[in-house]
Design a binder for this molecule. Structure first.
Ligand SMILES: [Cu+2]
Length: 273
């Protein structure tokens, strides 16, 4: 858990230093030798903020609250946050096997406190990832794990043989070029068509101020990449995202787009060599 937190802080700090404020923003930046930097990054992370988490979600399919209190290390609440992609705080909720994904925006109650009412579909462990920027600080990612009680039924995660999916009447294909390799820049291109007539969709709406958002997690949930599009103003049928995978293995990629006022999420599983 701690190792995971440190890695995440490291990733996020790297982004804050390298890409903050750019329209082309890629959270995957990481130093060439990650171990060399972990200690210093950890120190920087310690000088920032932390989160006190609590949840009343204890079992599946039963609504409860997730509470997030952002504090300085002195214990003082962090009162103000920068708006980042239209929100003060982004929260990703994933099951340990990555079969369940949600991206939500808890309500800000003031005094550094955010809350949301939600539920999870099945028993097992869930990882929460909060993404925020304190008014006088850098982009920060904090994580927490909780368990929904019951018989755990984990789904195996397998790379998709074909990167084409149909979601809500849209056919979405993903092209990754060049083939994803550790620490190599690659481009994710999503092509979005009408699943019925196969026409490219050109009226995507901005979602959180951009054509789409992509969240990527490694199979072990240790590597979290939040990637923003190359051309935020695109309305389809193509949406391109630059990224870099920090280690080899299986990753799950969720692309999120909006049309007709509705957000749709398309998942892909890929293997990085
Ligand atoms: Cu968000």
């Amino acid at each position: 858990m701690k190792k995971w937190l440190i890695r995440i802080s490291c990733l996020v700090l790297a982004v804050a230093l390298v890409a903050c404020g750019n329209t082309t923003n890629n959270s995957s930046s990481k130093p060439a030798d990650p171990h060399a930097d972990h200690k210093t990054e950890e120190k920087k992370a310690e000088s920032q903020t932390h989160v006190e988490w609590s949840t009343t979600i204890h079992k599946p399919k039963s609504s409860g609250e997730i509470n997030i209190k952002v504090k300085e290390h002195s214990g003082k609440a962090v009162p103000e946050f920068k708006v980042n992609h239209e929100k003060l705080l982004h929260l990703i909720i994933v099951s340990e096997d990555l079969s369940y994904f949600d991206h939500v925006h808890p309500e800000y109650k003031g005094s550094g406190e955010f809350t949301i009412q939600t539920q999870v579909p099945k028993a097992g462990k869930y990882k929460l990832i909060a993404d925020y920027i304190p008014k006088d600080g850098a982009q920060t990612t904090q994580t927490y794990t909780f368990t929904a009680q019951g018989d755990v039924n984990k789904e195996a995660i397998q790379p998709d043989p074909k990167l084409v999916k149909v979601v809500d009447g849209k056919e979405i294909s993903l092209q990754i070029s060049p083939e994803p390799q550790v620490n190599q820049q690659t481009m994710l291109t999503f092509q979005i068509k009408d699943a019925t007539n196969k026409q490219g969709i050109t009226d995507l709406q901005p979602y959180l101020g951009a054509v789409g958002h992509v969240v990527i997690l490694s199979e072990d949930t240790e590597e979290y990449l939040h990637v923003h599009p190359m051309d935020e103003k695109s309305t389809g049928p193509e949406a391109k995202f630059h990224t870099k995978f920090p280690k080899s293995g299986i990753y799950k990629i969720w692309g999120q787009f909006q049309r007709d006022g509705k957000v749709f999420t398309v998942p892909f599983v890929v293997k990085v060599l």
